[in-house]
Ligand binder design. Structure first.
Ligand code: ADP
Length: 484
């Protein structure tokens, strides 16, 4: 296999106070390539002592960093953006090796993550405030915005670069310092990103990265430290709830990007070619391992056969394999646990009456591969209707009326994103208004965009990342009353 990075140049230590450091107990944990089951690297396994050093460094750096000028912060982000773009091949290769996504998708993620840095370099200089007069005219009211303070950042493994960039960029723009714990399955990209920020001139102590195999110990140390003022988490709803409890205990600001259970709705009048294109994107981006992945396909009964047939044909044409190899469309799943879960969900759906249009099997190892699969006639009691599939499996359920499909689509605790395909403007706007979600894709299978507010409602989360509002998550308002 050809790699466009030299394994000996990987950063594998903790990044604390601007310096690369071993874990205090000397421990490491392995990082596996999910396509080959080979161990790529051993990474420092931080513990509570390392967590303490990291949050203390962030606490010490906050006062001065909070007073840095908007232009300084913008310039650092702009340099980081340029360095990320210049390192596209290397970062993409690292991501493919530790996470499995095909190189082309990894390069797309580098571009998306880089754009977060560029966007927030532009937002850093536009923080602003407000000034008004009280209604009785006796007080001038001055409203300014200040950095929240040291932030705890915790990210998942599915978008190793973008999830880090989406949190670090607004925190830097706002003048916050950070302790960052990337997912244990994919620490290498985050460490490479930290080094880019070092090269870009981020002052020491502003960004501290602790990799660990004991996430709960490290993160709980931070939330209980009395130093951290905010937590920004992307991951499962279950862990999000644990962290919200810890945040409540310490009255910390919280941003949560949690799970999804996206409905993908094809109305009777939809353009089926467009819907199939959208379905391929909404389902297969990142092998289906995305919180935005279409989880439940609801297709009008009059269109279900044509849609199912065309979608299954496109899915069956995808090349499954090692993402580092040319021609691969679909990489492996991240780990055995994910593969077992996907297989179990397919078995359950079939037992409850679903039919396989394509796929449904698990190729021989090595690697955690699952064949792109389309199931139809999936019943509403199938487990995958209420579980994030996180794999290349599309579950189609026919519907008869628009009221019925809206009820089905909203019948979930999650509310991240919904996709709707129709050529009728009134119906499009009705569905956009009535879907209980934070984001809607109308005739498109892709909603992620650095300049748009990404986030969900219900148990899909709190707050937004990106867009004009993204920086607000890292800012506090201060109001000064001035006697006239
Ligand atoms: P996923 O199902 O995508 O792996 P998780 O929510 O388990 O999502 O993981 C997302 C991130 O949360 C990872 O960085 C993981 O290490 C971290 N994490 C998992 N459990 C805890 C916990 N109890 N406390 C803090 N962080 C955790």
């Amino acid at each position: 296999m050809s790699l466009s990075f030299d394994p000996s140049t990987l950063h594998t230590d903790l990044f604390i106070g601007g310096a690369w450091q071993k874990a205090s107990n000397g421990a490491t944990f392995p990082v596996e390539n999910p396509a080959t089951n080979e161990i790529i690297a051993q990474v420092a396994d931080g513990d509570a002592e390392d967590a303490a050093r990291a949050i203390e460094a962030a606490g010490r750096a906050q006062a001065e960093w909070g007073k840095s000028t908007p232009r300084e912060r913008a310039d650092i982000l702009r340099r980081a953006y340029e360095l990320v773009i210049a390192s596209t091949d290397r970062l993409a290769a690292i991501m493919t090796a530790e996470m499995g996504k095909p190189l082309a998708e990894a390069k797309g993620e580098v571009a998306y993550g880089a754009e977060m840095l560029r966007w927030f370099s532009e937002e850093a200089v536009r923080i602003g405030g407000d000034h008004t007069t009280s209604v009785d005219g006796n007080t001038r009211i001055l409203i300014t915005k200040e950095p929240v303070g040291p932030c705890v950042l915790v990210t998942p493994w599915n978008f190793p670069l973008a999830m880090g960039a989406r949190k670090i960029a607004p925190a830097v723009a706002a003048g916050c310092t950070m302790v960052f714990k990337p997912a244990e399955l994919t620490p290498l990209t985050s460490l490479a990103l930290a080094d880019i920020f070092r090269q870009a001139g981020l002052p020491e102590g502003v960004l501290n990265v602790v990799t660990t195999s004991t996430a709960a110990t490290v993160v709980e140390h931070w939330t209980n430290s009395g130093i951290a003022r905010k937590i920004s988490f992307t991951g499962s709803t279950g862990v999000g709830k644990i962290l919200l409890r810890q945040a409540a205990e310490n009255v910390m600001r919280s941003s949560m990007e949690l799970g999804g259970n996206a409905p993908f709705i094809v109305l009777a009048d939809a353009d089926i070619e467009k819907a199939v294109d959208g379905a391929m994107k909404a389902k297969m981006r990142n092998m289906g391992e995305a919180c935005t992945a279409a989880n439940r396909f609801f297709v009008h009964r009059s269109a279900v056969e044509e849609f199912g047939e065309k979608f299954a044909k496109r899915m069956s044409e995808l090349q499954v394999g090692n993402g580092a190899l040319a021609g691969t469309d679909v990489g492996p799943l991240i780990e055995q646990k994910g593969l077992d879960k996907v297989e179990g969900l397919v078995t359950d759906a079939i037992a409850k009456g679903a039919r396989i249009l394509t796929g449904g099997s698990r190729p021989e190892g090595p690697g955690y591969f699952f064949t792109p699969t389309v199931l139809t006639d999936v019943t509403t009691d199938a487990e995958l209707m209420t579980t994030e599939i996180f794999g290349p499996v599309a579950a189609i359920t026919p519907f008869d009326s628009e009221d019925e499909v809206l009820r089905l689509a909203n019948d979930t605790e999650w509310g991240l994103v919904g996709y709707v395909f129709t050529e009728n403007m009134d119906k499009a706007l009705r569905f956009s208004a009535e879907l209980e979600v934070g984001m809607v894709g109308l005739n498109t299978g892709l909603v992620s965009n650095p300049i748009a507010p990404f986030g969900g409602i219900k148990q899909s989360g709190l707050g937004r990342e990106g867009g004009k509002v993204g920086i607000e998550e890292f800012l506090e308002y201060k109001y000064t009353a001035i006697a006239v």
